[in-house]
Ligand binder design. Structure first.
Ligand SMILES: [Ca+2]
Ligand SMILES: [Ca+2]
Length: 196
C-alpha cells in the first residue's frame, strides 16, 4: 500500500475562515493543513483523465462537461463546470469496469464554502438503478433522496477531497450535490478516479 498523492493546484481561498459550526460538519483543519493520507494499493493509477462526463442539467454544454476530467485543477472563472441549482449530478464513464481505490474532487472557490448533499456512488448501471455502491454521503437529512448519509460536510480546499473506493468494481462514478453555502449552484473544477 502507498499514500495516494494527487498533484495539487495552488490554494484559491485566502482569508479568514468562517467557522460556521454544525454537528454535521468537520471542523476547519486550518490553513495549509493536509487531510489524512488515503492509502491505496501499489499500482493504483489515474483512470478518469479525459473520460466522458454526463449530468442531469440539460443546460450544461459538452465543452463545459469536459472541464471535469481535463486534468486542470486550478480554479479560474472559466475552468470549472457549473450545474444549475438543485440536486445535480455528474457522471464519469471510465469506459470499462475497474477496481476503484479513490475518487478525488476539487471544487474550491474564492469564497470559503461547504457543499450540501455530497454523495459519491459507483455502479455498472449507467442509470444507477442497480448495483449502486455509495462511497460517500453527507446528506444527513436525506433531502437528496439517495439515503441518509453519516459522512460529515467539509470546507473545500486546494487539497481536494479524497474518498476511499475500497477496490469496489464499477464502470461509472456519479457525484451528487445540492448547492453550497455561498450560492445554489454546483461546481466541479476536477474529478479524478484512481484504481486498477
Ligand atoms: Ca478541470
Ligand atoms: Ca441534506
Amino acid at each position: 500500500m502507498k499514500a495516494l498523492a494527487p498533484s495539487l493546484p495552488r490554494p484559491t481561498f485566502e482569508g479568514t475562515p468562517i467557522d460556521v459550526r454544525s454537528p454535521h460538519r468537520e471542523p476547519y483543519r486550518g490553513d495549509g493543513v493536509p487531510p489524512p493520507p488515503l492509502r491505496v494499493p501499489e499500482g493504483t493509477r489515474l483512470l478518469s483523465r479525459g473520460c466522458a462526463v454526463t449530468c442531469n442539467d440539460s443546460g450544461a454544454k459538452k465543452r463545459d462537461l469536459a472541464l471535469a476530467t481535463d486534468g486542470n485543477k486550478q480554479y479560474s472563472p472559466s475552468a470549472y463546470l457549473e450545474l444549475a441549482p438543485g440536486v445535480r449530478w455528474v457522471q464519469i464513464d471510465l469506459g470499462t469496469n475497474a477496481a476503484i481505490h479513490a475518487v478525488c474532487l476539487w471544487r474550491e472557490r474564492p469564497e470559503q464554502c461547504v457543499y450540501r448533499d455530497t454523495v459519491v456512488q459507483v455502479s455498472d448501471d449507467p442509470a444507477f438503478e442497480n448495483g449502486v455502491v455509495t462511497l460517500f454521503n453527507n446528506d444527513y437529512d436525506n433531502s437528496a433522496q439517495l439515503g441518509r448519509g453519516s459522512d460529515k460536510e467539509y470546507f473545500e480546499d486546494h487539497f481536494g477531497r479524497r474518498i476511499a473506493g475500497n477496490g469496489v468494481r464499477a464502470r461509472y462514478v456519479r457525484l451528487t450535490s445540492n448547492g453550497n453555502t455561498s450560492d445554489p449552484y454546483n461546481h466541479y473544477t476536477e474529478v479524478e478516479v484512481y484504481g486498477q
